[in-house]
Design a binder for this molecule. Structure first.
Ligand code: ADP
Ligand code: MG
Ligand code: MG
Length: 240
């Protein structure tokens, strides 16, 4: 039961091929990890699925969500269809408190409990009155961003490196948070370059050099990542 299909997607920016024919199927209800070294094209693929940074259309191929072709749609149209993206580097919202941000995110969620959303990402209620700006650390902003997705309960959440920048977060905390998202009806596409984080997934896809290398169990894909990406890193030492 495919929720999202990425069909032979190619993207060339200024004559540089970034994505070279990506195929990916995310099934409804699954946690799907995308593994790959730095520079593989993971964040670019996420931007293209969500339509951010003017990446509204692949050079070739199509992206299909719930049977609708997303190519050319605006971000808000994709959001309305039930898609959301948690950025690798979360945005700041000057003048908006954490409580307001979570309430805006969860406006269509009748069971919204903002304190619980914070607790699930390891923050207590003292954060409700804080502002979503540079007075939060990078790790705190990242947690607030993840809490906003718990508040929103989208049909598909793309999480770009949910573990990055969060100090001392255990794999178990991340795993529990992602499992909670799924229990509440969100399908999760989780991008990471740490194969131990991918273990929470039902299935995993390995990307390297703008291509999909393999889709399978997190265990087998993690093994492939460890052996193969040694080669990627040798080729692209500055990206490690
Ligand atoms: P990952 O998320 O897997 O680390 P990225 O998607 O961020 O990889 O980047 C993939 C490649 O695309 C990198 O070589 C990066 O420099 C390049 N790239 C990404 N965005 C742009 C852009 N707007 N213009 C030119 N090159 C880009
Ligand atoms: Mg990167
Ligand atoms: Mg990235």
């Amino acid at each position: 039961n495919p929720l999202l299909t990425v069909n032979n997607v190619k993207l060339t920016i200024e004559n540089k091929p970034i994505l070279k024919g990506v195929n990916l199927v995310v099934r409804k209800g699954e946690i799907h990890a995308i593994l790959g070294p730095n520079g593989a094209g993971k964040s670019t693929l996420a931007s293209l699925i969500m339509g951010i940074n003017d990446l509204k259309e692949p050079t070739e191929g199509e992206i299909i969500f719930k049977g609708k072709i997303l190519n050319g749609l605006e971000i808000y149209e994709r959001a309305r269809l039930g898609l959301t993206l948690a950025w690798q580097d979360p945005a700041r919202f000057e003048g908006i408190t954490v409580e307001e941000y979570l309430k805006i995110s969860g406006k269509d969620n009748p069971e919204l409990d903002v304190v619980e959303c914070l607790e699930l990402v390891g923050l207590d209620c003292s954060y409700l009155g804080r502002f979503v700006d540079e007075t939060l650390s990078g790790g705190e902003r990242k947690r607030v961003e993840l809490a906003s997705i718990l508040a929103m309960r989208p049909e598909l959440a793309i999480l770009d490196e949910p573990d990055s920048g969060i100090d001392f977060v255990s794999m178990e905390d991340i795993a529990n948070m992602i499992k909670t998202m799924r229990e509440r009806g969100t399908t999760v596409l989780m991008i990471t370059h740490r194969e131990e984080i991918a273990e929470v997934a039902d299935r995993a896809t390995l990307m390297c050099d703008g291509k999909v290398v393999q889709t399978g169990s997190p265990k087998e894909v993690g093994e492939k990542f460890k052996t193969m990406c040694v080669k990627c890193e040798v080729r692209n030492p500055e990206l490690v």
